[in-house]
Design a protein around this ligand. Sequence first.
Ligand SMILES: [Mn+2]
Length: 455
Amino acid sequence: MLTVFHTADWHLGQSFFGFDRDYEHTCFLEWLLAELQAQKPDAMIVAGDVFDSINPSAVSQKRYYSFLARAHAALPNLQIVITAGNHDAGARLEAPAELLNSLNVTVVGTVSRNENGDIDLQKFLVPLTNSDGTVEAIVLAIPFLRPSDVPLIPGAADPYLDGIRELYRLVTEAAVEMKAKLCPDAILIAMGHCHLTGGEESLDSERRLVIGGAEALTPETFSGEVAYVALGHLHKAQRFHDGRIRYSGSPIPLSFAEMRYTHQIMRLTFERQKLTAVDAVPIPRSAAMITVPAEGFATITEVLAMLERWTPPLPCPRPQSVSNDAALPDNVEAAGEPGASDQREPQLPNASLPLDQHPFLEVRVLEDQPDPTRRKRIEQALEGKPIRLASIKVENPARRHAFNDATAELPTADLKTINPEEIFLGAHLEKYGTAADESLIRAFHEILREEAHAS
Ligand SMILES: [Mn+2]
């Protein structure tokens, strides 16, 4: 029997509308370490997007390397296989590969070629052993593939997609060969960081791989010889082909569009050369994400009233290793203080929720007229409340309609004859669906005069 954890899309170091996610990532990694210790899987695979950017912060790198070191110290037989995603710098992720080998961690970030230009297929093959030391599986550790990574196929209709399919075919062939030689009973587990046709996406944070949807691969890319395909890239956990191919999903929501996803890791059990069980292990949420209103949009008056009424959630217990006491207000006892939690009222004083546990808020306002005071009024309504205002989303139902009308009526003027007021009036109509009033037009002319003086 072989048990494997499948996770992906950690996006360590993400900056969320200027707020960092270090607390949430630390909680996740603590939880993951505890899960590993409790369940003692033979291996864990991380299918890309370890970091959010190609130049990850020192703090996020520290989280990552500390986690790997602690996981190895706690479970010396645990094998970890990590591939690079489209957010990662593959070469950078791979740079400490030899060092990480000593921690039983294999990292594949890039495609390597020999002096003839042939792709090194062996680099992608990682044998997994069970607790007896028998090779039970071979992982096809394939990172996110860029167009220059894939084999050139003469006359291909789509060189990139066909190249990806060809690379998977070649690696599968090499794995089958290795299996015949080394361990005829082993199963094949493929990894990938890609977009499968029909996959449900969240465009806010995944970053489209190629514009136009042509980047999507079909599930047939993965040969039937592969028992399980562990994917990353789409942040919603989802399955294809009766669950043989899965996205584990990201451990935390990376955008407001993902706040209702179930965040989980997959625990896979393989027995007698077959995938016999897949369990989704839910990951506890360490900071809430909310929108006001909960559904759709509301007028600024309604929104302000809702924000006034809003009350904070109870704080979550802090993991031991989060040493961010600076974020704790002075009147709060440190976590773990005996009796501290018992004395807490359900209605908390505002300051008692540590800053990094404040929910992220997106305010969704229905716009009927220009409102330069909007942000200020929202901020005032939130004053003293333990919440992080991340985003104000403005919806104007009249806008699209007005825009269509306006563009239909716009004369085709050349740049020399068009005047600033006309552009301003057109833009106002397009944005708000109404004509600008006298005071606004006066204010606009005032700006024009100032501008003329300045230049
Ligand atoms: Mn991702």
